[in-house]
Design a protein around this ligand. Structure first.
Ligand SMILES: [Zn+2]
Length: 340
């Protein structure tokens, strides 16, 4: 049986604990497809995993994002040679929530690369219902760069925060994959977009991507309020304790904070009177549903594009993870997997 390379989390020692190993290449089981991965991409989740923070028992193939070519199919809907991207939300597809289109509320909800082996490998086996046709306008690197972050940011801005075209959104921590996705999606939806970053270079990149104004991360609420009159309608959060107080102070009357992450720590204090006197909303969100993934694919067909920060060969997975660990990136760190 032929073997394929995979980036496998083996020890909770950070990037050094993820190593290239050989895995057997097998045919797809009924209901599943085997996809030869062309490109994958990594997320902060992979770092949590590598640092042992996710309580996932090794070994585990990492990465929630992947795109490639169907090699064998156990489902008549797909044939060898089809070019596909993977919907990274795991679910049972059969329960009442799944049937209602609410995959994220499934009792068996999970994330590709965390609750199952991920896409940083030459051949992945996955439920045929997690496969979607690759958008024709995207390179392989772009096709691997968008799924998890665009799905997450799309659900946050549309389903959860109900962002409207005549509203203003503030994206904190521009540079992170999900934040860069949020800037692009919010512009695509027609909203006014403000962004914060500690880095002058990242603020410049955010402007080039379409942000209408950018601010330094330190004490951003005052200049944001000065720039907007009363504050912003929506704050896009993923940082947590380090920014939440300033994010609350940046909200206009009736504004909403929507968050998908907490990279600066788990517990944060909030000013409760500010929450109720300002009629503010505090919304959580994680990943997204198949219907939301289809909406992202439609938006990509209409011109929405992901930002690829850098591309590493699969063998250099430790260097790729180290770049993410140092928060040096703007957009997505991609792994080139195919050797063709
Ligand atoms: Zn289910």
């Amino acid at each position: 049986m032929s073997q394929g390379r995979a980036a496998v989390y083996e020890e909770p020692t950070g990037p050094s604990g993820v190593r290239i190993r050989e895995r057997p290449k097998t045919d797809a089981a009924p209901g599943a497809v085997a996809v030869a991965i062309e490109a994958a991409s990594i997320n902060h989740l992979d770092l949590w995993l590598a640092h042992g923070a996710q309580r996932v028992a090794p070994p585990r193939v990492i990465a929630g994002d992947g795109a490639g070519v169907v090699q064998s199919s156990g489902d008549p809907a797909w044939r060898k040679g089809d070019e596909v991207v993977i919907f990274p939300t795991l679910c049972c597809w059969e329960c009442d929530w799944c049937r209602a289109g609410e995959n994220v509320k499934c009792a068996r909800f999970g994330v590709l690369g965390e609750h199952s082996d991920g896409a940083a490998c030459e051949l992945i086996h996955i439920d045929a219902r997690n496969i979607f046709r690759k958008p024709a306008g995207l390179t392989w690197a772009e096709a691997a760069a968008f799924p998890l972050t665009f799905l997450t940011a799309w659900r946050m801005l549309t389903t959860r925060a109900q962002l409207h075209a005549d509203e203003t959104v503030l994206v904190v921590g521009a540079g992170a994959g999900v934040a860069v996705a949020a800037i692009s999606i919010a512009k695509h939806l027609g909203a006014r977009v403000l962004a914060t970053s500690r880095s002058e270079a990242k603020r410049q990149r955010a402007l080039e991507l379409g942000a209408d104004a950018v601010f330094d991360s330190k004490d951003f609420s005052k200049p944001v309020r000065q720039a907007t009159g009363d504050g912003v309608d929506v704050v896009f959060e993923h940082v947590g304790p380090a920014t939440l107080e300033e994010s609350m102070r940046s909200l206009a009357l009736g504004g909403r904070i929507v968050t998908c992450g907490s990279t600066s720590g788990v517990k944060a204090e909030i000013n409760v009177p500010r929450l109720f006197f300002r009629h503010a909303g505090l919304l959580g969100s994680t990943m997204g549903n198949a219907g939301e993934f289809e909406a992202v694919l439609k938006a990509i067909d209409a011109g929405l594009r992901p930002v690829v920060d850098s591309v590493y060969p699969l063998e250099e997975i430790q260097a790729a993870l180290t770049r993410l660990d140092a928060a040096e990136q703007f957009g997505k760190v991609v792994l080139s997997v195919s050797t063709r």
